[in-house]
Ligand binder design. Structure first.
Ligand code: HEM
Length: 243
């Protein structure tokens, strides 16, 4: 057994805390969500997930990557619905990658060609996050943007995992799949390192959106909202955490 699930959790705790403590996320968690930066975030996630999911399909027969391919996690189509909602029918011609979003996509393509096992790290970082903290973010977006029913947060919805319990069970199954991979210590270390890099790539995207958030908030309020750091959700004692 590789214990990869625990190695990933423990090996990325500091990165997780840093991701929660970006100015963008601190504002988000306090209910400050603005349409312009939020839709840009979704647009960049669309580019990232389209690439990640295409590369996972390409490597479905790979002895490691194939074991972590779960079609029920796929986000591409859900994001398409949200983008049509926020940008309108012509969303495809409206969305532009941020510099950080392009760098993220480029990294996925690069490892897919040179070292596909590392794609596992990116799947873990995004999907486990979406099934965990992402679920709390959904409620924040809905109330901040006062969204009409059924629109604007499809990204956070998993049709085949509709309840909290189904998500929890799936996360257990995902962790078991990680643990069952036949990977040596050197590969485990490289996957954990890549997961930390995946967190950095995510942080860079939201850091690039910070200016859009600042543009709509009073500087003093921005300072108040962002000055204090949170204790990271995966660093808190007394696991398991509930979202
Ligand atoms: C897990 C919250 C952002 C990736 C968790 C868990 C919580 C949480 C409570 C624990 C769930 C559990 O034990 O089942 C949050 C909050 C965020 C946030 C409030 C607000 C900003 C992020 C970001 C990423 C991320 C930006 C990556 C892009 C993950 C991953 C896990 C996780 C990979 C799984 C850890 C594991 O059990 O191995 N998050 N998160 N999170 N989160 Fe986040």
């Amino acid at each position: 057994m590789s214990h990869l699930a625990n190695r990933l959790r423990e090996g990325t705790q500091k990165s997780h805390t840093a991701a929660e403590n970006t100015a963008f996320m601190k504002c988000f968690l306090k209910g400050i969500v603005e349409t312009v930066p939020f839709r840009k975030l979704l647009a960049n996630l669309y580019l990232v997930y389209s690439t990640l999911e295409e590369e996972f399909r390409r490597h479905q027969q790979h002895h490691i990557v194939g074991k972590l391919y779960f079609q029920e996690l796929n986000r591409q189509q859900n994001l398409e619905q949200d983008l049509a909602f926020y940008y309108g029918e012509n969303w495809r011609s409206e969305i532009v990658p941020l510099k950080a979003g392009q760098a993220y996509v480029d990294r996925l393509k690069e490892i897919s060609n040179t070292d596909p096992a590392l794609l596992i790290a990116h799947s873990y970082t995004r999907y486990m996050g979406d099934l965990s903290g992402g679920q709390a973010l959904k409620h924040i977006v809905r109330s901040a943007l006062d969204l009409p029913d059924e629109h604007g947060t499809t990204f956070y919805e998993f049709d085949q995992l509709p309840t909290l319990e189904a998500k929890r069970d799936f996360k257990d199954k995902y962790r078991q799949a990680l643990d069952s991979l036949e990977v040596d210590e050197e590969t485990v270390e490289r996957i954990v390192e890549e997961a930390n890099y995946a967190f950095t790539l995510n942080r860079n995207v939201v850091d690039e959106l910070e200016a859009d958030v600042r543009a709509v908030i009073d500087p003093h309020v921005f300072e108040l909202l962002t000055k204090q750091d949170r204790v990271g959700s995966t660093e808190r004692r007394g696991h398991p955490v509930t979202v």
